[in-house]
Design a binder for this molecule. Sequence first.
Ligand code: 15L
Length: 274
Amino acid sequence: MADQRVLITGSAGIVGTFMRPRLRRADRVLRLLDLAPQPAAADGENVELITASVTDADAMARACEGVDALIHLGGHSRENTWEATLDVNINGTHTVLEAARAAGVPRVVLASSNHAVGFRRIDEAGEAGLPADSTARPDTFYGVSKAAIEALGSLYHSRFGMDVIVVRIGSCFESPLLLGPRGLITWLSPDDGARLFEACLSCPSPGYRIIWGVSDNTRRVYSLAEAEELGYKSLDNAETYAAELAGRPELTGIAADHVGGQFCTAPLGTFNPM
Ligand code: 15L
């Protein structure tokens, strides 16, 4: 059987960089697309490197040729101006989906974020956690773009039958230590991230789904049931870092009460380096 070809946009970004070695398989070609330079293929690494923007329709059309599944991570990963957010995140995702549709890519995984629902209150989460398909309550222009990305994915599924899985990622970093105490709630370990994307790539006929991308953290407020239905099993828990985070400043007020944390109070439309 021919190798599976998986296109990853934004492959030089934080999550993309974590996924490159973790999604490597002998029977898989990773086609890695980013505007930024990427390390050359290591010995025996089955990768194809493309330098391009997700907003470039011709480049995306070429990138989607012969692709079995697409993981769309590309775009601004935090708050930015409305114009940049609209251009790269919303128009860029439209360009990506349109190229995937035209090339007959059967499955697309879209990176969304907790900030699509950042203004949901933490105390809305019941015992099982906040449902993965809770309706949008964005906390930023960035969050609005993620809600739009989710809606585009739904449209492309309904109109064209593409399998589309939207992953509302919590905070995917090497460890929750970079994030402060909120990371004990939101952390998605890179290894769990890879387990999650593998489940998205291999589950049979998912249709359109929204799932949370989070580790099985003791303090998690997001439901894992929807991701587990696709075969995801988290093996990590941010709580192992709790002692190291003790004494670090806790969020207060609106930021503490809502899923989006400090994004809920950061200035709108201003690049947020967090
Ligand atoms: C996100 O969506 C960002 O991409 C990431 O940089 C983190 O800030 C994360 O949310 C978070 O909520 O911690």
